[in-house]
Each structure stands twice: as C-alpha cells, then as structure tokens.
Design a protein around this ligand. Structure first.
Ligand SMILES: Nc1nc2c(ncn2[C@@H]2O[C@H](COP(=O)(O)OP(=O)(O)OP(=O)(O)O)[C@@H](O)[C@H]2O)c(=O)[nH]1
Ligand SMILES: [Mg+2]
Length: 313
C-alpha cells in the first residue's frame, strides 16, 4: 500500500434489472451480490468492498448495491425501495445505472430514453440537490449510433455530473469508473479490513446464493413468492460445513413446483447452490434445503430484521 489513504461509500441506484449487481460484482472483482435475468432480484443493501491502488494513494471503495427502485405495491416492495434510498443518503458518490439497450429502445418508442421508473429516480435525485454519475450499462447490446443519441438526450438534463458507458458483463469502460471514484473518495482511514470483499454475514450470503438459484430455476411469479433463511450452520471437525436452509413459499400449491417431479428441481437447486458456496467458503459444504409454506413471510418482522429492511417503511 502506498501514499494517502482514502475511503468512501458509493451508492449504486437504478431501476430493476439495470445491471447494478453485475456492475458491483465487476467493480469489486468478486461476486458479492446475486444476479438474475429477472427484475427485483436484489432485496436488501449489499455492500461490496474494493481496494484500488495508485502511485500516490490507496483507496477503499465501498459499493452499496441497492434493490431496483420501482413503484412499490406492497409492504415488502416498499421496504426494498426505502432501503435503496437509504443507501444513497450518506454516500460520498451516487451512480445511477441505466440499461442502455432499454434506454435506446425507449427513446425510439416514446422520444424519451427514461421509462417511468428511471424518470422518477432521476427526479428524486434532482430534488435532493445531488448530482449522480450516469452509468450507461449493457453497451455490448447497443449499436453505437443509438448509444450516442441516447447519451445526448440524457446529458441535456442536469441530474448528472458525468457519463460513463460500460458493460458490466465484458468489463468494458470500468477502468474509467474506478479512476474517477478513486479521485472522488475523501481522505479517510479504511472502514473495513483490506482483505474483505463484503460485510454480509455468511448465513445471509448462503441464503442469497440459494435464492439466486431459485430465481434462475423458477418461472413466472414464483420466485417472488419465495424467501430463503439459513436456519442452522455447523462447522464440522473435518473442515466441512453443514448448512440447513428453509425455502419459504406463499402457498401450498407452490411446494410441488419448487420440489419438482420426484424432487428433481430442488435437488438441482441445492446442487448448484452447494457448488457455489463451497467455492466461496473454500471448504466442502453439505446443504440441506426444505420447503415450508408460510403465507405471511412478507408480514414477518423477524425476516425483515434479518435482511436489514424496515418493516414500517
Ligand atoms: N448484455 C449484458 N447484460 C448485462 C450486463 N449487465 C448486467 N446484465 C444482465 O442483466 C440482468 C440483470 O442483472 P442484475 O445485475 O441482476 O441487475 P440489477 O440491476 O441488480 O437488478 P435488480 O437487483 O433486480 O434491481 C442479468 O441477466 C445480467 O446478466 C451487461 O453489461 N451486458
Ligand atoms: Mg441487483
């Protein structure tokens, strides 16, 4: 480590599915937040910690990945959106992530690159008197001329101090973002041990990995009816770990769908989660999943507390 020490928080905001979690994972350089092709994958604040070095400074950037901001319809969604805005409140920088492909399509269809969700996020940022870094993500999907037109339209507004074009998937453009953030972070001692990549407790991390596999495996509305809780965690003498988890579903009729024919579906979900967890924890994992019907998991204060969500948001 060299020179001056800097440290700060960077809030990563945007509509559902913009690629915020993929971006945070890429900027941290390891997987700290789960990703799926479906909107509303992230449900809590996930802090990913990166260390960047320059000749004259070492910078710890704490990325705060947030749930996609949308118009909430029920308590659980309200808590997710409130958490996202809370993540931005004390941040040293705010990144607004926009799916460039969607923005270009939206511009063509409506004359405005921002859809209703993104438009209201930008309005809120403007109202707060802050300026955000605009991060146009997924540029690997967009034709350069459509990208230029979209960017020109967005820069006409005053919400953004600068624009970055990136692909979180390919890594394109990320160095510029890192360099800019290194300059923006305030002089400060590090807030986390330099080797940490996340502050998420292992029990929650394990539950998130299983939830990611559920999101990948299940169709239609079913992922949204599910929650995962780690019930037991036992470090064994042989260096392995035994993890017991409950998958909550909202209705009895969901149970056979999650289990699959002859239990094949849940077995595959468990195998995928176990493989990833073994890699992340660096030891053999024995993972035991069982499905419980709990119509009211969205009304369970204890679960909100475990996820760091405000029940009364
Ligand atoms: N082609 C392409 N796909 C991307 C890129 N970044 C993210 N994706 C995909 O976009 C989808 C959503 O990614 P996430 O990172 O889960 O998006 P998010 O903004 O965190 O979504 P929520 O947590 O639901 O708000 C996934 O299928 C990603 O693989 C990118 O740069 N290019
Ligand atoms: Mg996410």
């Amino acid at each position: 480590m060299s020179g001056e020490t800097r440290c700060g928080f960077v809030a990563v905001l945007g509509a559902p599915n913009a690629g915020k979690s993929t971006l945070v994972n890429a900027l941290v350089g390891s997987k700290v937040s789960i990703v799926s092709p479906r909107p509303q994958t992230t449900r809590t604040l996930v802090r990913g910690i990166a260390m960047y070095e320059a000749p004259d400074r070492t910078v710890q950037v704490i990325y705060v990945d947030t749930p996609g901001i949308h118009r909430p319809r029920q308590r659980f969604e309200r808590a997710m959106v409130a958490a996202a805005w809370a993540g931005a409140a004390d941040a040293d920088a705010v990144m607004f992530v926009l799916d460039a492909d969607e923005a270009a399509k939206c511009l063509e269809k409506t004359g405005n690159p921002l859809d209703a969700d993104s438009e209201s996020i930008v309005a809120e940022i403007t109202k707060s008197g802050r300026q955000a870094l605009l991060v146009l993500n997924k540029i690997d999907l967009v034709h350069p001329s459509a990208l230029l037109e979209t960017t020109a339209r967005l820069n006409a507004g005053s919400a953004f101090s600068e624009t970055f074009m990136v692909s979180a998937l390919t890594g394109d453009g990320l160095n510029r973002v890192k360099e800019r953030l290194m300059a923006m972070m305030p002089a400060s001692p590090f807030m986390f041990p330099p080797d940490d990549v996340s502050d998420m407790p292992n029990r929650l991390l394990a539950a998130e990995i299983t939830r990611e596999k559920l999101f990948m495996a299940l169709r239609q509305e079913l992922p949204y009816a599910c929650a995962v809780e780690t019930e037991s965690w036992e470090d064994k003498k042989d260096g392995s770990v035994r993890i017991g988890q409950v998958i909550y579903v909202s209705r009895e009729s969901h149970r056979p769908i999650v289990l699959g024919e002859g239990g094949r579906q849940i077995k595959a979900i468990g195998a995928a989660a176990r493989a990833e967890l073994s890699k992340l924890l660096g030891c053999p994992v024995h993972l035991f999943l069982h499905v419980k019907v709990n119509e009211r998991w969205r009304e369970d204060r204890g679960l909100y507390a475990a996820w760091g969500l405000d029940f009364n948001a």
